[in-house]
Structures are given as C-alpha cells and as structure tokens.
Write a protein that binds this ligand. Structure first.
Ligand SMILES: CCCCCCCCCC(=O)SCCNC(=O)CCNC(=O)[C@H](O)C(C)(C)COP(=O)(O)OP(=O)(O)OC[C@H]1O[C@@H](n2cnc3c(N)ncnc32)[C@H](O)[C@@H]1OP(=O)(O)O
Length: 151
C-alpha cells in the first residue's frame, strides 16, 4: 500500500516554516546529495557531543531527500547507523547520500556524516519505499557550510 506524500514546509530538518526546525538546505555534489549541519549546544547529548539521534535524523533526511529531489517521494522502511566518532559542536558536518540499489519501489541508500578533519563520524544504510506524490524541488539550493548551520 502506498500513501500520498506532501510537503507543507514543516519538515523538522528541511521545512522553512518549522519554527524549531533545523532549516537545512540540500544540493547535489556530483553523485552525492549533500547538506551541511553545524550542531549547536541545544543539539547535544553529553557535554560537547552532538546527540546521536539527531545525527541519525539528518542521515535519514539526506537519504530520503536524495529520492524526493528526483521526483521519487519515499518513506524510510528501515535504517541502521554506525557511530564511529563523536560529533563535536560548532563545526560543520557534511552529510552525503547516494543510491546503492533500486528495485522497483524499493530503494537502498547509504549515507555518511563527515567531520571537518575528514573522518567519517557516522555511516548509515537505509531502505526506502517509493510512495505517491510530487516533492521535486523547484529551485535546488546550493548548500555551504556557513549557510547550513541551524543558527
Ligand atoms: C518534505 C520533504 C521531506 C523529505 C524527507 C525525507 C526523509 C524523511 C523520511 C522519513 O522520515 S519517512 C517517515 C518514517 N517512515 C514511515 O513512516 C514509514 C512507515 N511504514 C510504512 O509506511 C510501510 O510499512 C512501508 C511503506 C515502509 C512498507 O509498506 P508495505 O508493507 O506496503 O510494503 P510492501 O509490502 O509493498 O513491501 C515492498 C518491499 O519492501 C520490503 N519492506 C517493506 N517494509 C519493510 C521494512 N519496514 N523494512 C524492510 N523492508 C521492508 C518488503 O519486504 C518488500 O520487499 P520485497 O519486494 O523484496 O519482497
């Protein structure tokens, strides 16, 4: 069964109308679909460390939007995250997603969260199920490290 997905601008990660959202922007860099997020103190778990659930949230988003930006609105069916290094606050983190396998409406995606020193702090695999609806971006924006912090 599929559902019809719509964008009302309230997505926690990308929605421009969500007053407490991250308001991140996304763009293609070659084969990677990318966003940059600079964690702030309100995004932490232990002191000075970004909450892993929030890292997972942005990984989920960059994978899902990889498809919606190409006119394939999809929901996350399953997702696994490996946290390799803690993500500090205050520095931009590069989140990138790429397609691994497409089989009908079932699409497998992988994503990484990379620190400014080049270390991959977290990596995710996800399975997405394509649904109905049209979420293609009208004017894709170019993300920059400074333009994509939550402040
Ligand atoms: C505004 C723009 C915002 C863009 C944001 C994008 C990023 C955000 C993404 C999200 O947060 S989406 C919200 C969180 N996810 C959900 O709410 C999804 C809830 N679950 C469902 O709606 C359904 O369970 C689902 C669509 C995933 C599956 O529906 P069906 O049960 O009808 O699927 P179907 O039975 O047709 O199965 C198709 C294939 O997928 C497989 N599959 C189904 N559910 C699965 C699952 N949960 N895990 C793994 N595989 C699954 C299933 O085995 C099968 O594989 P095979 O073809 O190999 O047999």
């Amino acid at each position: 069964m599929t559902v019809s997905l719509t964008d009302d601008g309230m997505c926690f990660v990308c929605g421009k109308n969500n007053p407490i959202g991250l308001k991140l922007s996304f763009a293609w860099e070659g084969d990677d679909y990318v966003t940059y997020f600079t964690p702030q103190p309100e995004h932490q778990s232990y002191a000075g460390i970004t909450h892993g659930g929030l890292v997972s949230t942005v990984l989920d988003e960059v994978m899902g939007r990889n498809m919606s930006s190409r006119g394939l609105p999809a929901v996350t069916a399953r997702m696994e995250v490996r946290f390799r290094h803690s993500v500090p606050l205050g520095d931009p983190v590069r989140f990138a997603a790429r397609i691994v396998r497409e089989r009908g409406k079932v699409i497998d995606v992988e994503a990484t969260a990379t620190l400014t020193d080049g270390r991959v702090a977290a990596e995710a695999t996800g399975r997405f199920l394509v649904q109905e609806g049209s979420l293609r971006e009208e004017t894709p924006t170019q993300p920059t490290a400074s333009a994509n912090s939550s402040k």
